[in-house]
Design a binder for this molecule. Structure first.
Ligand SMILES: *[C@@H]1O[C@H](CO)[C@@H](O)[C@H](O)[C@H]1NC(C)=O
Ligand SMILES: *[C@@H]1O[C@H](CO)[C@@H](O)[C@H](O)[C@H]1NC(C)=O
Ligand SMILES: *[C@@H]1O[C@H](CO)[C@@H](O)[C@H](O)[C@H]1NC(C)=O
Ligand SMILES: *[C@@H]1O[C@H](CO)[C@@H](O)[C@H](O)[C@H]1NC(C)=O
Ligand SMILES: *[C@@H]1O[C@H](CO)[C@@H](O)[C@H](O)[C@H]1NC(C)=O
Ligand SMILES: *[C@@H]1O[C@H](CO)[C@@H](O)[C@H](O)[C@H]1NC(C)=O
Length: 940
């Protein structure tokens, strides 16, 4: 009963945010969930009732193996060395009797040589690592499908009263001024890796091939691909079933002169569409690698991916490849993620790629909405949350489902019997207490076709209304209409089909979008790098889906930066110096954003805005080059206090500057007294102390000034809540002739990351202490268990990581082992013994064979994952992991029948993998392995 109620409530709370922001890959949950409600939203005592995921979103038995190019293998004495690196790998796998299937081969000697392979037995992964020439073995990562927002999209609204320049996003970033100078990215090639594109759209040129805006493309997957089945590639990237990639393409390349007066940031550029999603479902990162490599070999100067999943690490295969491409002088822009509601250290990969540009989202200052007209009483037009007018020429009388504007559960139940036929009315109903579709279903049961939902204080946003013609109006407008109705005044409403488009001023406009993900990475890289407008963006949709629509997300901000990069290349030339310097240039010329619209609040943290909102005009016309754009202070245990940066005068006159430290708000990452990340981390006013080698300086034409900044961690900050310091060193021209200013951004953690609790050992989420063993039916196992490892009869490890881990491994140990894990097992076979922490001996050869652990042999490794993301406190697939335990050791041998325990060890962030003290450990109850002869588990 309680659970149902809370589930429903959560749904109604989350739906509006979800629909508004799910334009991107990530489902958004910006509602703060305090720890006390967390347990309730997770299924109680059942791990299968929720949305578990594989550790790190890994596809269970698929790996991307990177091999050395044969020319680079120093010793060619290897007896099964082949002329081809791939053949050498396969020969070794066969020799070791590893069953495998090759999914893809990568053979770009500059960026990536390797293969994506599926293993018959996932535990064989550890064997691969020891093959000569193998540089890395990383899991294939699955990425989920974009869900574009298409609120009442209709075709062909020719609105004569649209303002002359609707492109508020261009005005915010100086793109309008570049367009006025005829700087549009002509001659620059941009590859868009996305859901494909509708190139039949007239605003995108109406065709594909040489001579068109969209010069080419490739479909790596086909319409029916869903992320799990076999891709069916072809040469045609047409997308008329998803739409996300068409929205992205319009942000970069929409031709001006259309009915909405929008234009792409770089509408002169040539676009190529690489389609990596089918109409529905997800994709995998080996396909992203294929698309990235294809993009560089096709000669793209800019590659852009509005794709990703929360990660926190910089190490996924696609991130590694993207970073190498960036380091070689191409620009790769990628979305930082829409997980802003889940706290710090949660930016997405592949955008975490070390040398690439991770893009954050700021909100547009206006939202293109519609006004309705009120008749029968004197009243201003009322703005309703829809890009396009409700499709009716009728003037409708209103009907309020309740005359009481304080009622919470308005229309949550069937409407009363006395309710008239509502088919000729416009129904007015209050938001709250149940889902909007539940209200609208009840209203539609009385015949209603059109409804307005008035806000209850939750916020004026796009809302999820299913198939109904309904949307949100503001609270005061709803109260006005209901009061008129209750007084018996005959109010009617019409929806002008032209001339009522209104640029609604967004109260959060110009600030960071609440959904934009927070960095830094777990290895303390500066992610995101820079922000661009991503909230409430009007762009193209496939003609089959309405041609235009408004979407929100870092998915929309990312192509904006791709477009700005093309403008840069267009002006400065397509060369690698511009490419490798692009991120510094965009960062040092960006606009620092405040955390709110009051004058008293701190600057927004660089952990979410990066260096700030892009200033395209300043970046393209800068005649001062500041480098680097980012300073990485690391954590307090590895603190880098002194940093040098350079200021080069590439202009035509001597320039004088002043240095100023501009701190941003210090984020308090953890909820006090818990290991949970704060969903909306609060600020502390304690900031980093910074001193400079000089406070002012003069640079001659063509000269470079070197400067040093020294950072000191201030006293008085509570390390237990994991503070994140950030801010900017502002370099301001003092010549009084110009308002020229640049900045270098910095970020650092105010605690040793090794002290952050890493493994959840509470019962907060399931009412059962974690980690725990799970049975195949979804229950948790308490006490000894037994499994045949036939079919589904296998145990699972159910775990939550409070913080990301560089190494997560499970070993089999003897049931009589006497070691003491760091996390006590409260249900030990010997009663409710609570263990104390003790030292243990870390196994010497821990990689694949048994070793010693607290004087006891480990019998073998069952699995090991590297760079595992932390979990969130939201049950959306990021909340916990369930990992199947097989009866096959990593070295390929079958576990002999017998009674054992499993030992989990998790390395702390910044921990030393050779130091036992840097691991957290947990020991299971006994598990009886009793497989029938010759049977092995079918782990899927
Ligand atoms: C703008 O640039 C385009 C492409 O380089 C060129 O064809 C056109 O003549 C330019 N227009 C003006 C007004 O300079
Ligand atoms: C839309 O309604 C708002 C609020 O009443 C009003 O300020 C604005 O002028 C209206 N715009 C149009 C185009 O009707
Ligand atoms: C509204 O009326 C105009 C003019 O008669 C017509 O072109 C249009 O299709 C009508 N729209 C709807 C939604 O009925
Ligand atoms: C739903 O509405 C009813 C009646 O107004 C109220 O008693 C109840 O507390 C509401 N429930 C929630 C979860 O707000
Ligand atoms: C919306 O309507 C269409 C066509 O009537 C129907 O196929 C679809 O299932 C409906 N979707 C929802 C969410 O009700
Ligand atoms: C609301 O007010 C109207 C007008 O006075 C009246 O006709 C209607 O019955 C009222 N509804 C309820 C539920 O009391």
């Amino acid at each position: 009963m309680t659970m149902v109620y809370l589930t429903d409530r959560l749904h109604s709370l989350l739906s509006p945010q979800t629909i508004m922001k799910t334009s991107a890959w990530w489902i958004l949950f910006t509602v703060s969930l305090v720890a006390s409600t967390v347990a309730s939203i997770f299924p109680s005592h059942n791990w299968k009732g929720g949305f578990e995921r594989q550790l790190g979103n890994a596809v269970p038995n698929q790996f991307i193996v990177e091999v050395q190019d044969v020319d680079d293998i120093p010793s060619k004495r290897d007896e099964i060395y082949s002329r081809e690196a791939h053949e050498t790998l396969y020969a070794h796998l066969k020799k070791r009797k590893v069953g495998f299937t090759v999914k893809k081969e990568f053979n770009n000697k500059q960026y990536f040589v390797g293969a994506s392979i599926a293993l018959d037995n996932p535990a064989d992964r550890l064997q691969i690592a020891s093959i000569p020439g193998v540089k890395a073995v990383r899991p294939v990562i699955s990425l989920s499908i974009p869900k574009p927002v298409k609120t009442h999209v209709v075709t062909g609204i020719d609105d004569p009263e649209l303002p002359p320049d609707i492109e508020s996003t261009h005005i915010l970033t100086g793109v309008d001024k570049l367009h006025a100078q005829n700087i549009t990215g002509t001659g620059v090639k941009i590859g868009i890796i996305d859901t494909g594109v509708d190139y039949t759209h007239p605003v995108l040129g109406g065709g594909i091939g040489p001579g068109y805006k969209i010069i080419g493309g490739y479909d790596f997957v086909g319409d029916n691909y869903d992320g799990t089945n076999t891709p069916v590639p072809d040469d045609d990237p047409l997308d008329q079933c998803n739409g996300h990639g068409t929205h992205v393409a319009g942000i970069i390349g929409a031709n001006p002169g259309n009915e909405f007066n929008i234009s792409g940031v770089a509408y002169g550029a040539s676009l190529t569409s690489y389609r990596v999603f089918g109409c529905a479902g997800g994709t995998t990162d080996d396909i992203l690698i294929e698309a990235l490599l294809r993009g560089v070999s096709d000669g793209q100067e800019v590659l852009t991916l509005s794709i990703g999943g929360s990660d926190g690490w910089t190490e996924s295969s696609s991130a590694v490849v993207a970073s190498r491409i960036s380091a070689s002088g191409k620009v790769v822009t990628m979305a930082a993620g829409n997980d802003g509601g889940k706290g710090t250290f949660f930016t997405s990969s592949p955008a975490n790629a070390i040398d690439s540009i991770s893009v954050a989202s700021s909100d547009n200052t206006v939202v293109p909405l519609q006004n309705l007209t009120v008749h029968g009483v004197q009243h201003d037009p009322i703005t309703y949350y829809s890009t396009f007018p409700f499709p009716t020429n009728s003037t409708l009388p209103i009907y309020a489902t309740s005359n009481d504007t304080n009622v919470l559960d308005d229309a949550c139940d069937f409407l009363p019997d006395g309710t008239p036929d509502l088919s000729s009315f416009l129904v007015v109903v209050k938001r709250g207490n149940c889902t909007l579709t539940q209200k609208l279903t009840n209203i539609a049961a009385k015949g209603a076709q059109y409804s307005l939902i008035y806000d209850d204080g939750s916020g004026f946003t796009a809302v999820q209304v299913g198939n109904f013609t309904a949307t949100l109006i503001q609270q005061q407008d709803g109260i006005f209409l209901v009061n008129q109705f209750a007084r018996g005044i005959n109010v009617t409403i019409s929806f002008p089909q032209v001339g009522a488009s209104y640029q609604f001023p967004d109260p959060a406009g110009g600030l960071m979008s609440t959904y934009s993900s927070f960095g830094p990475t777990n290895d303390m890289f500066f992610k995101p790098a820079v922000a661009a407008p991503g909230g409430n963006i009007l762009s193209t949709l496939p003609v089959t889906m309405g041609s235009f629509g408004v979407e929100s997300g870092t998915s929309m901000a990312t192509p904006f930066i791709a477009g700005v990069s093309a403008l840069l290349f267009g002006v400065k030339g397509n060369n690698t110096v511009i490419g490798t310097g692009a991120r510094d240039l965009l960062e040092t010329t960006a606009q620092m954003l405040a955390s709110d619209h009051s004058d008293s609040g701190p600057l927004q943290s660089a952990a979410v805005q990066g260096a700030g909102l892009v200033n395209a005009f300043a970046a393209v016309h800068a005649d001062v080059i500041v480098s680097p754009g980012e300073i990485l202070l690391n954590d307090t245990a590895n603190f880098n206090s002194s940093h040098t940066f350079s200021v080069k005068n590439t202009g035509t006159s001597i320039k004088s500057f002043r240095l100023t430290h501009v701190p941003a708000g210090t984020l308090l990452s953890l909820q006090p007294g818990t290991a949970l990340f704060a969903d909306n981390p609060p600020f502390s006013n304690i900031s980093m102390d910074v001193t400079f080698s000089e406070s002012s300086f003069t640079v001659q034409v063509g000269q470079t000034q070197m400067l040093t900044a020294n950072f000191t961690i201030p006293p008085g900050i509570d390390q237990r809540v994991l503070p994140i310091f950030s801010g900017f060193i502002e370099i301001t021209n003092t010549d009084n002739t110009t308002a020229e200013s640049y900045h270098v951004s910095y970020i650092g953690a105010g605690a040793p990351l090794k002290n952050v609790q890493i493994v959840d050992n509470t019962d907060t989420f399931f009412g059962v202490n974690l980690p725990a063993l799970g049975a195949p039916d979804g229950t948790f196992i308490s006490g000894p268990s037994n499994f045949t490892f036939v079919g589904n009869d296998i145990p699972y490890l159910i775990s939550r990581l409070d913080f990301g881990s560089p190494e997560f491994r499970l070993d089999l140990v003897d049931s009589n082992v006497t070691l003491t894990p760091t996390i006590p097992t409260k249900r030990g076979v010997d009663g409710r013994r609570v263990f104390e922490r003790e030292t243990f001996t870390f196994p010497k050869d821990s990689k694949s064979k048994g070793g010693s652990f607290a004087q006891v042999q480990t019998l073998g490794s069952l699995f090991e994952y590297n760079f595992v993301p932390r979990n969130s406190d939201v049950n959306d697939g990021t909340g916990y992991s369930a990992t199947a335990i097989s009866n096959i050791f990593a070295n390929g041998t079958t576990v002999p029948n017998g009674t054992y325990r499993v030992l989990l060890r998790v390395l702390k962030v910044t921990g030393d993998p050779t130091n036992e003290d840097d691991f957290v450990s947990w020991l299971s109850d006994t598990i009886d392995f009793h497989a029938p002869t010759n049977a092995t588990s079918s782990v899927v």
